[in-house]
Structures are given as structure tokens and as C-alpha cells.
Unconditional design. Structure first.
Ligand code: ATP
Ligand code: MG
Length: 211
């Protein structure tokens, strides 16, 4: 099945900037997104931390780049991961996206964050972040949207993680999310949660020191 999000015969995502070169698009996207992320860090996007709010977060961050910003994907996705020997994470089926997202978000909202020490908060935040990320509601931009959304939520419950740490270690964070979610129907549980927990705990400790 052809990827409806790409310019025909290319590996370049259709975009509002009309860019037809992948590298050029990645650079332009990074510039616009960095600007939008700074805006959100200064002025949080209001909402109830439900699925509608998550869609709005994606819309805000990618409004300059993709016509479909804020809309869930219309195709299933498979992304080959070098750290999984070329396998893909089992992302949600496109028909399950709203249900799976709402479930993961309700899990995050129901936790008693004020009763946790730093380590427990890091464990629980990592788990919610990873579960929300695993759905991958969007064709592109899931990691930036999920991390920003969950950090904003964490600020509201008083964890104040240092977002810069996630931004500066974006490749590590994505790999850690993959490692956390490496659970397969056929191969069983290959997950390694410790990488994500480590950086989340560091972000919470740094945030506490900065505030
Ligand atoms: N939290 C973040 N803050 C700023 N930039 C980020 C962040 N996470 C990733 N990036 C940058 O965004 C670009 C794309 O990263 P990546 O493809 O891993 O994530 P994504 O597009 O947001 O999500 P996905 O591809 O999983 O849907 C990379 O240049 C990466 O460095
Ligand atoms: Mg990406």
C-alpha cells in the first residue's frame, strides 16, 4: 500500500513548505518545531490531558509543517529500528488509536504523584510516557509531541522535569522509548526499561535543583 503522506516516488513527507528534499525538510522542521516548543514551555497549552488535548499539542507543534497537524494517522505504521535488528515496535492499529490513547492518558492522570518519592515518580512517569508513546497516533512527530505533552503534565503535578535534558538527548530518548516498548506477540518480552527510567530520573532531579 503506498504511503499517502509522501510525495509520490519519494521518501519526503508532503509539507506546507513545499520542500521536496528530505534533508532540507528535516532542517526546516527542526527550526519551526524548536520555536513552537519554546512557546509552549513559556505558555502551556491548556487542556485536560486527554486525547483531544494530545491532538491539540501535535497541531500546535507542527502547524507550520503539516496540513494534517493535530489529526491522527490514516495508515498503520511500521518503523524499522536498528536497535531491534530491524524490527518495528507494535504501534497501535489505526482504529485503536483513540481508545489506546485515552487508556494510557487516564492511567497517567490517575496516579498519586504527590505521594511518590523521586525514584517512584521516575518509574511511574517513564511508564506513562512509554505507554502514551507506544500508540504513535501521528504519522510523524510522535516523540516530540509525547515528550512535550507529558513534561507539561509533569509540571502541573509538581515534578518539573528538565525538558532541556530530553531535547539535548533526543536520540537517546527515542531509543530508550523503543527499548521500553520492545514487547512482541511472537518473540515475547524483550523490553529494557532502565534507559528511559535513568534519563527521566535525571530530568526530575535536575528540575528540582533548577527550581
Ligand atoms: N524532546 C525533543 N525536543 C526537541 N527536539 C526533539 C525532541 N525529540 C526529538 N527531537 C528532534 O526531532 C527530530 C525527529 O526526531 P524523531 O524522528 O526521533 O521524533 P519524532 O519525529 O518526534 O517522532 P516519531 O518519528 O517517533 O514519530 C530529530 O532531529 C530529534 O533530534
Ligand atoms: Mg520522526
Amino acid at each position: 500500500m503506498p504511503d499517502i503522506y509522501l510525495y509520490e516516488g519519494t521518501d519526503v513527507l508532503k509539507n506546507l513548505l513545499g520542500i521536496r528534499d528530505r534533508k532540507h525538510l528535516e532542517e526546516a522542521e527542526a527550526d519551526y518545531v524548536t520555536f513552537r516548543l519554546k512557546e509552549i514551555a513559556l505558555k502551556p497549552l491548556p487542556g485536560g490531558y486527554d486525547y483531544a488535548h494530545l491532538l491539540q499539542m501535535h497541531k500546535y507543534i507542527f502547524q507550520d509543517i503539516f496540513e494534517w497537524a493535530g489529526q491522527q494517522r490514516k495508515q498503520n505504521i511500521y518503523k524499522e529500528e536498528p536497535v531491534l535488528g530491524g524490527l518495528s515496535i507494535d504501534y497501535s492499529d489505526m482504529f485503536d488509536i483513540p481508545k489506546d490513547s485515552e487508556h494510557a492518558l487516564a492511567g497517567m492522570r490517575s496516579k498519586h504523584w504527590d505521594e511518590m518519592d523521586t525514584h517512584e515518580a521516575a518509574l511511574q512517569f517513564s511508564d506513562s510516557l512509554a505507554r502514551i508513546w507506544r500508540v504513535h497516533p501521528f504519522r510523524e512527530g510522535n516523540t516530540r509531541t509525547t515528550v512535550t505533552f507529558c513534561c507539561q503534565y509533569a509540571d502541573e503535578v509538581g515534578l518539573n522535569p528538565d525538558r532541556q535534558l530530553f531535547e539535548d538527548n533526543a536520540q537517546y530518548v527515542r531509543t530508550a522509548l523503543v527499548a521500553y516498548n520492545a514487547v512482541f506477540d511472537d518473540l515475547g518480552d524483550k523490553s529494557k526499561p532502565d534507559y528511559l527510567i535513568k534519563i527521566v530520573e535525571d530530568a526530575i532531579i535536575r528540575g528540582t535543583c533548577n527550581s
